[in-house]
Ligand binder design. Structure first.
Ligand SMILES: Cc1cc2nc3c(=O)[nH]c(=O)nc-3n(C[C@H](O)[C@H](O)[C@H](O)COP(=O)(O)OP(=O)(O)OC[C@H]3O[C@@H](n4cnc5c(N)ncnc54)[C@H](O)[C@@H]3O)c2cc1C
Length: 308
């Protein structure tokens, strides 16, 4: 994902959302669910989605308004989901809705394009072009009870672990953009001439290059460490803390790194023909997705203080 994002963050975003859903089904699915929903996803025949965010919130599960009303051995799903990646592609969408029995968020495996499923036009976002963001409308979608992931009322722990996996994706995408910006800044510093010498002769440019190199390396190691921790999650709460801290660091660092890379480019960085302009637009997405930065700090502090 790091290498794909180096070229196109939007495409990496598609893969990130897809893999986050696969990992969540892997962690909580029955053997039957894994076989049925993961196999076409792993073969690339399906592109999977997660639908948590709604018009009123992307941070607070208690504010979910989508409903799942029990109807015999089925549930009827209604509601609107906002900013959903990959909602246009065929495959499974993991929908979070408050079910009528437990009154808590429950995760449902739903077939995209089933009866009652429709989507909006893509949102016109600032960056990550190529990765589409759509609203999902659910109108009386009938889902068998066997499509519940992890059991009724288990939506919150599922979301917590799933979104922690998702942070590996977002961080990987971000370090890919950092690497591309690093290379662009270095190349520009060596090619742009002032008085017959490249601008890399200026100490101010050298300091920015060194800063970019260190910020990239630190972010990269933290991301790889998080991915390594994900291979064997013993305590999902501690893992959520590590994921929150990593995403916070990488999401804040990329802004600093891009500022240095832009500064080296001077006004050319503001011109859309230059790749750094695209990287700048893409990078602003990282602090806002898979949990906004301030919420990540709140979660990490709560775990550190033993409040959750
Ligand atoms: C490129 C992209 C891809 C996305 N893909 C998906 C996807 O596939 N599936 C999906 O479900 N969503 C997706 N989203 C949505 C995204 O995850 C949410 O928009 C994000 O979590 C933020 O939610 P929000 O915008 O509703 O912000 P809010 O939750 O409304 O937060 C707004 C502000 O209020 C602050 N805030 C909120 N609650 C608290 C609190 N309790 N204490 C203190 N401060 C608080 C936040 O820190 C933030 O600064 C995507 C978004 C983008 C841009």
């Amino acid at each position: 994902m790091e290498q794909i994002s180096k070229v196109c963050g939007g495409v990496a975003m598609v893969i990130s959302a897809h893999c986050m859903t696969l990992s969540t089904i892997m962690a909580f699915g029955t053997e039957e669910q894994k076989k049925k929903y993961m196999t076409p996803g792993c073969k690339g025949e399906h592109i999977l989605s997660v639908a948590f965010t709604e018009p009123s919130t992307g941070s607070d599960p208690k504010q979910l308004t989508s409903t799942a009303v029990k109807y015999g051995d089925k549930y009827i799903l209604n509601g609107t989901k906002r900013f959903i990646s990959n909602a246009n592609w065929p495959g499974t969408i993991l929908v979070f809705a408050v079910d009528s029995e437990t009154k808590r968020p429950t995760a449902f495996l739903v077939d995209k394009w089933c009866e009652g499923y429709s989507i909006s036009e893509p949102w016109d976002k600032i960056g990550m072009h190529g990765g589409m963001l759509l609203d999902v409308y659910m109108k009386d979608i009938l889902v068998p009870a066997e499509n519940i992931l992890g059991g009724p009322g288990m939506g919150y722990p599922i979301l917590q672990l799933g979104i922690s996996y998702g942070k590996i994706g977002v961080c990987s995408i971000t370090i890919g953009a950092m690497l591309a910006a690093y290379e662009e800044a270095l190349r520009y510093a060596q090619e742009k001439m002032h008085r017959d010498k490249p601008i890399s002769k200026f100490q101010a440019v050298q300091l920015r290059l060194a800063s970019i190199a260190s910020l990239y390396e630190a972010s990269r190691w933290m991301t790889y460490r998080l991915a390594w921790l994900a291979n064997d999650v013993k305590d999902p709460i501690q893992f959520a803390k590590e994921a929150a801290l990593t995403k916070t660091f990488v999401g804040e660092t990329v802004i600093d790194l891009m500022r240095d890379a832009m500064a080296i480019h001077g006004s050319y960085g503001l011109i859309n023909d230059y790749k750094i302009a695209q990287l700048w637009r893409d990078s602003i997405v990282a602090p806002q997705v898979e949990g906004v930065t301030d919420m990540q700090k709140t979660i990490a502090a709560a775990v550190i203080l033993g409040a959750i």
